[in-house]
Design a binder for this molecule. Structure first.
Ligand code: HEC
Length: 91
C-alpha cells in the first residue's frame, strides 16, 4: 500500500498504548477486585487457568470484568499481550 495512513493502520499496535487506552482504567487501581498490573501474585492465580481461558474471559467478560475490557477491536493476540504486560510489568 502506498498510503502512509494505510501502512500505519495495518502495523501491529503497541501493547503499552493499547493498555493505557483500555485495561488501565480498572487494572491499574484494582477497581472491583481487578488483579492489579504488576501484582504478580494476583496474576499467578489467574495464569494457572491458562492463557486460552484468560483470553476467552477477557473477550467474553468474567464476573465484574466487562466483555472486551473496553477494547472493542482487540484480537486474541492483543489480549494475550495485554495480559502478559499486566502480569509481568513492575507496578
Ligand atoms: C471496567 C473495568 C475493567 C476493564 C476496563 C478491564 N478489566 Fe479485566 N477485570 C476487571 C475485574 C473487576 C476483574 C476481576 C474479575 C473477578 O475475578 O471478579 C478483571 C479480571 C480480568 C482477568 C482475569 C480473568 C480470570 O479468568 O480470572 C483478565 C484476564 C482481564 N481482566 C483482562 C483484561 C484486559 C486484557 C483488559 C483490557 C483489554 C481488561 N481486563 C480491562 C475489570 C476490568
Amino acid at each position: 500500500m502506498d498510503s502512509p495512513l494505510g501502512a500505519e493502520a495495518s502495523a501491529p499496535r503497541d501493547t503499552q498504548v493499547l493498555y493505557q487506552r483500555t485495561c488501565f482504567s480498572c487494572h491499574n487501581s484494582g477497581i472491583n477486585g481487578a488483579p492489579r498490573t504488576g501484582d504478580q501474585a494476583a496474576w499467578a492465580v489467574r495464569l494457572e487457568k491458562g492463557m486460552y481461558t484468560l483470553v476467552d474471559n477477557a473477550r467474553n467478560g468474567y464476573r465484574a470484568m466487562p466483555p472486551r475490557g473496553l477494547c472493542f477491536d482487540c484480537s486474541d493476540e492483543e489480549y494475550a499481550a495485554l495480559i502478559r504486560l499486566m502480569a509481568e510489568q513492575s507496578p
